[in-house]
Structures are given as C-alpha cells and as structure tokens.
Design a protein around this ligand. Structure first.
Ligand code: HGY
Ligand code: MN
Ligand code: MN
Length: 409
C-alpha cells in the first residue's frame, strides 16, 4: 500500500503559502509576476530545496523540482500554479503544487524510491488575469504558445510586459522544458457538482474550450447636456449592447455555454461626458468547440454592426483561443480506480475551468483529480474545501503517482 500522506503537514504548507499576498479581509492576491507572486515563488523554491529537489526555472519562469528515480528518464510530473486572481483563495492552484510536494515529503519520510523520477511544477501565469492568455507558462512549456510572443505580451489594460516583469522578479531562467512520462494535477473543482452529488473525488475527463476577446469601441466624447441623443457617438452604449449580446447568446444556447464580461471600462469615465471609449473583455466557453467558435463569431459580427450603427469604430483583439481538450482515458480510469480503492465516492466529469493540465494532454498521458468546492465557489476570497477532502485528493494523487512511477513499496 502507498504510504499515507500527512494532512497536517499539507495544511501547514497551504496556510503558510496563503500568508503570501494575503488580503486583509481574507483571501489571497498573487497576480502573475507581481512582488507577491515573486514572494510566493521564493517561498516555493525554498520548500522544494528543503525536500531535496533539484530546482529548475525556464525562460517563462516556470519552476519545477526533480526527485531522482532509479532510471534517468522523463519524470512523472505533478503540477499546477501559485499565481492567483485578485480575489483568490487558498486552494486554486496552490493545492496541486503543494499536494505534489506532500507526495515527495511522504515518500522521503517512508524512504520509498521510484523507478521514474518525480517532478513537481508551478507554472507561470496560469490565471491570465494580468497577462492574457491564461495557462501561459504551461502553454510555452508544452509548445502550445510561442515563447517570444508571450515574453512580449503587455498586461491587459496595463503597460507591464511579461519579459520585463520576469527579469524584474528574478525568474527569467534557462532550464529546458521537456515532456513528462505523465502529468497529474490535483485541483479544486471550482464548481458545485461534487458537493451537490455528495461525492469526494472527480476524475476529470476533459476541459471545455475557452475564448477570451478584448473589444475596444471608439466613439466621440461630448457634452452630456448639450448633445442630442441622435447626434451622439456613444461608445458606452455600444459596449453595453455588446455585453448584453454576449449574455443573450449564452441564454439562447443554454448550458454548457457560458459568457462573462469581466472587464468593462469607460473613458473618460466622468458623469457629464459621453464616453468616447469603452473597453470590455468577453470570456466565452463551451465543451463543444464548433458551438463555441460559432458563438464567438456571432458575437463579434454583432459587435461590428452595433458599433457601425452608432457611428463608432471597433477594435477586436483575441486574448485566448483554446479548443476543448480530452484527457487520457486510461489515466482517468486509474484516477477513478485509485479513489474507489480508498472508498471515496467518485464520478467522471468535465472541467469548466482552464488548467495547466490541458497543455500536457496532447503530449503525454494526462489527468486531473478534483475535490469538492464549498458552495461551488472559486475566484472568491471565501473559496473553501474541507480538510478531509484535501487529504483524500492528495492521497489519490500519491497513489496514482506511485503506481505510474514504479514506487518500490
Ligand atoms: O480561467 C480559467 O479557467 C482559469 O482559472 N485560468
Ligand atoms: Mn487554477
Ligand atoms: Mn483560477
């Protein structure tokens, strides 16, 4: 039997990292490549070194630690991310990285060696909240995104540039990425399904498609009192109509289609000035890539027509275009069987959120393990998962990784 992970040790590490970038009212903010992210990275490297891992950092700032195995071949990799959104919780991303370190600590304590090396990774800018697209580091690591293009990426709505920020925080490395023997990611579900169905583990089968688009509408600033409605070129009204159109498309298509306008900025943003510019972002997702493509196409055509009818111009900038991804069926089965062997009620399910794992799926056997999210809440400072579920997820991760890596138990 695989050695038991230590839940107290794992909870200590989650709480300790949760202090880095902690928000006064609870929750965490470690936006990618900020000082808080740097502090989280420094914390992680120290923990990896403390476990005897050999630490590597690549050109996009991905961090991974290697535990040697009997053979000098591609490792079994566990990973996720430690960057967060601005209203982040303790577990989104951090759980997958720190559960990986807990597996290492467990095997170290039990003196268990493995045939294959083990790796634990934290990928740069999984969230995409400051710099789009999301899954930037893992995308570069696995060849889905171009390194020089990503290094040149400017913050969405800001001036910071990825390559300059990496250099500034001291995480522009030289390590050479590789494709692991297999990739496993433990993550909170960030949705309501497991909790509603009274289940403990999700064996994740796929990740839905993700389209992010930035839309900038340009009209004409004008006096709010003297300008007749018919003479206005009101960028704000066009922006609002585009946001409503996105919502209407999602309502018409029904689940699993979702649409979110997360950023909406008017300029100059003054009470008595007709907005000259509206900048908004639209996040659209669907498990069916064709339906998602058509939905995005429909929205952008409507946006063009709305702008033209209002005498405005429009600039459309794709920020992310990721097709749906399916995980390795054999490895998904292994996850489900490992959970059931621990008497953990389990189901197979798709992921509504994007994850670093989706970048590995085309290149090596890849699967994810979900645990329940309280109230289905995430990207919210009150994000919570029960300790028992955290322990159960980490134990399933340990069991599957030991099986894949040929642990000498
Ligand atoms: O947007 C996502 O699904 C992920 O949190 N980056
Ligand atoms: Mn995440
Ligand atoms: Mn997230």
């Amino acid at each position: 039997m695989t050695p038991d992970i230590s839940l107290p040790r794992l909870m200590e590490s989650l709480r300790s990292l949760g202090q880095v970038g902690a928000l006064d009212g609870g929750g965490v903010c470690r936006l990618a490549l900020t000082d808080a992210d740097k502090a989280g990275r420094d914390w992680l490297v120290a923990r990896m070194e403390g476990l005897g891992l050999t630490v590597h950092i690549d050109a996009i700032g991905n961090i991974w630690g290697i535990r040697a195995g009997h053979s000098d071949t591609a490792p079994v990799m566990m990973g996720s991310h430690i960057d967060t959104v601005a209203t982040g919780g303790l577990y989104d991303g951090a759980l997958g990285v720190l559960a990986g370190l807990e597996v290492i600590a467990t095997l170290n304590a039990a003196g268990v060696e493995t045939d294959l090396p083990l790796a634990v990774a934290a990928f740069t800018n999984e969230e995409g909240a400051r710099f789009a697209p999301d899954m930037m580091g893992s995308g570069v690591h696995q060849g889905a995104l171009d390194l020089s293009e990503m290094l040149a990426t400017r913050a969405t709505g800001g001036t910071a540039v990825v390559g300059e920020e990496l250099a500034r925080i001291g995480y522009a490395g030289t390590a050479v990425p590789f494709t692991p023997a297999a990739y496993l990611e433990l993550h909170i579900e960030q949705g309501p399904v497991l909790e509603v169905e009274g289940l403990r583990i999700g064996a994740v089968t796929s990740v839905q498609g993700i389209h992010w688009t930035e839309v900038t509408v340009t009209g004409q600033t004008n006096h709010a009192g003297t300008t007749p409605m018919a003479l206005r070129r009101d960028a704000g009204q066009v922006g609002f109509a585009i946001a409503r159109a996105a919502d209407a498309i999602a309502a018409r298509l029904g689940p699993p289609q979702v649409a979110t306008v997360g950023v909406f900025e008017l300029s100059p943003g003054l009470v008595n000035v007709v907005p000259g510019t509206a900048r908004l972002t639209v996040d659209m997702r669907n498990t069916d890539g064709d339906v998602l493509d058509a939905a995005t196409e429909e929205l952008l055509a409507e946006a063009q027509a709305l702008a033209q009818a209002a005498g405005c111009t429009i600039d459309i900038r794709p920020l992310a275009r990721f097709a749906p991804v399916v995980f390795d069926a054999g490895l998904v089965d292994k996850v489900a069987r490992a959970a059931e062997a621990r008497q953990l009620p389990t189901r197979r399910m798709p992921s509504g959120a994007g994850h670093d794992a989706q970048m590995f799926a085309p290149n090596c056997p890849t699967a994810m393990i979900f645990i329940p999210s309280a109230g289905g809440l995430s990207h919210n400072i009150n994000e919570h998962s029960d300790e028992d579920d955290i322990g159960a997820g980490a134990q399933v991760l340990c069991d599957v990784v030991c099986d894949l890596a040929g642990a000498q138990i």
